[in-house]
Design a protein around this ligand. Sequence first.
Ligand SMILES: NC(=O)c1ccc[n+]([C@@H]2O[C@H](COP(=O)([O-])OP(=O)(O)OC[C@H]3O[C@@H](n4cnc5c(N)ncnc54)[C@H](O)[C@@H]3O)[C@@H](O)[C@H]2O)c1
Length: 449
Amino acid sequence: MKITLIGTGYVGLVSGACFSELGFNVSCVDIDQSKVDKIKKGIMPIYEKDLDTLVIKNMKAGRLTCTTSLKEGMDQSDVVMIAVGTPCRKSDGHADLTYVYEAAKQIAQNINRYTVVVTKSTVPVGTAQEIVDIIQKERPELTLGKNFDVASNPEFLREGSAIADFMEPNRIVIGTTSEKAEDMLKALYKPLTDKGYALYATAVKTSEMIKYAANAFLAVKISFINQIADLCESVGADVEDVARGIGSDNRIGFPFLKAGPGYGGSCFPKDTRALVQTAEINNQDLSIVRAAAQSNEQRKVQLANRIIKYVQKKKLSNPFKLAVLGVTFKAGTDDIRDASSLVIIPELLKAGIEVTVYDPLYFKGSGREHLAKELKGVTWAASAEDAIANTNGLCILTEWAEFSEIKLSEIKNRMSKNPLLADFRNLYNSTLASDFDYLSLGRSDVLGT
Ligand SMILES: NC(=O)c1ccc[n+]([C@@H]2O[C@H](COP(=O)([O-])OP(=O)(O)OC[C@H]3O[C@@H](n4cnc5c(N)ncnc54)[C@H](O)[C@@H]3O)[C@@H](O)[C@H]2O)c1
């Protein structure tokens, strides 16, 4: 069976590389010539651990190719997966399906054998049917069920552990309208289901909904613990212990119970907005998800304000110099889309604070190109030590392991007297940070309560 992946971003390239590793012939197609050129040379357009090794290995074995030509990519293909972006539409928060619709049109033009068209992109309920309509409008002679089927196969990989998530999934979800399409998708995932990984086959609309419901649930969990953290500060409780106390209940579970600077990234912010929008269109009020999204937006500004308030109290004659460690939306990725840093840092700059940034991925892959493009007005440093030197404070925004290994007792000598440590990932505690004005989240014994 041959597979074509449309879009070579985090989902398309990882899925393409993994399917080829499972033994399938895969063609990855992207409209971005520079991405395709890079991949062909073994240079990854994104940072994802071990992706380069997997891509190079399978390209050498002849199972994985990359092209800008969909005609070439779809030649002899049985399954075509759409893995293009579905960003947030600025006007109303709904998913912007421009790239999906365009891909559907291009697919229609190139169908020349029975093809299962699959949405791997996160798309609102009803999109598969829209793709059927687009294909039939473009090529009225094509018959659904005979020449093509449209299926849903949402992707649940997490950036930073994408390959492991794909190869060892919690579950695989497929939504189909025909037995033939279902059998083909089951065959595609057979190498994984043979190992015991679960596959749920369901209706297309249900499959589309599962992805949004999963992301919305996790977003709610994050906003919940962040609000509990704020309350802990007010009442003198400790959110870390609260998370332990509730997470050990297996109806709740530990993941996503870590207080932090709000969720970001390419999925949760846009997917929660899109789901709320879908609910509104259908006269339903997803008030829980709406509140989680609102609270998440407010959190970023609130945390910036905590630093600003601290700085204002200091009444320094010179601008306050702050080192910010980590700007991507989480550790392990170079993805900065909707990251908290994109709200917090501009707020700090507006308040006159001088910001020096260090991010481990600035110097890796295409990090420098796109991180610098997103964050203006800051100075970039080559290491955490360089960023911290001669500053009045330090703010940790992402949870890279190297940030928890910083020797606070050593770095304090390179900073001004009584420096600030705004630890927005709770990597330290007030004992370890005793030489600092320590600001952390959801604990009662630190500044900011
Ligand atoms: N990033 C994640 O962690 C993740 C996880 C699960 C699901 N998703 C979903 O998967 C989808 C893709 O996300 P991503 O982060 O991989 O996006 P991305 O922006 O990294 O990549 C999308 C790629 O599609 C290409 N593209 C756009 N139109 C095209 C066309 N007509 N033909 C060929 N290529 C085209 C773009 O050039 C780009 O390289 C989104 O719907 C997202 O919500 C993302």
